[in-house]
Design a protein around this ligand. Sequence first.
Ligand code: NAP
Length: 287
Amino acid sequence: MNTINGKTKTICLLGNPVDHSFSPIIHNYGFQQLNMNCVYVNHKVEEKKLREAIEGIKALGYIGCNVTYPHKIKIMEFLDDITEEAQLIGAVNTVKNENGKLIGYNTDGLGFVNGLKRKGIDLHDKRIVLLGAGGAAKSIAVALAIHFDCSIKICNRSINKAIEVINVLNTIKKSATINHEAITPEELHTEEIDILINCTPIGMVPNVDHIPFEDQLKLHSHLIVSDIIYQPFETKLLKKAKENNCKIHHGLDMLIDQGILAFEIWTDAKLDFQDLKGFLKSKIYHD
Ligand code: NAP
């Protein structure tokens, strides 16, 4: 870490719990690589203390913060402005302190999209299925719908949650020919789609032998398969997709890309994806 001195600026994570977060590793590495006099620290904040924590960000002149469970929704009440994307998602994971005004962003969805773009994947006109309808699925679906003319199906065991996400997507649908849809796992037919994204925790450690909705999955070689789980690095779903010659996208990439975007929001500086990925892989999977 850089030497902390009288001019060091602070960015933090607000959440509860926070001790397993990789954000300090990502951002302190970034500050070091770019020789910036900043430090990133975790603050465990109870729900009833959130307002005071936000006031602290302003009072202490923090550059900004990340926000994680359980504060991503509640924090919106205490901010001065919120981007349209974060408003549609209904959650904020990054805050910038702009001369005393706190601006809320959500970098999860756009971070994910940036990762696919880096792989040369064109998302226009693609038929995309997201498995799951939780916070991560909604962030990704909203970013896809805002930035691309693609058709999105949300596949979830609780159909009502999938319908809620689709209702949001339909408010931002860009083309009349695009049709977004909520489906149950039984209605999933992967033969008819281009991109499959797992946004459920199925397959995450310790349940690494599980594949989401396995009986429904026929992984044809033109399918792009993404799994946003980053523990383990390669889920059983991604291994199976690789065996079937599908192009794959790892959850670690999304973790890094959402961090790169937040770093840029705070500092205007861009971190090198490959360099950060190499560093983070060594920290997460080999320590
Ligand atoms: P969440 O809000 O709790 O949503 C989880 C979704 O998965 C829900 O739709 C839930 O369905 C479904 N689900 C959970 N267990 C299931 C099961 N056994 N069978 C069928 N469906 C199941 O969680 P989240 O915040 O969206 O996160 C989801 C996953 O993404 C987690 O593993 C998380 O670690 C990962 N993630 C990764 C990144 C990254 O940067 N790579 C970022 C965010 C999240 P119901 O609606 O029916 O309950």
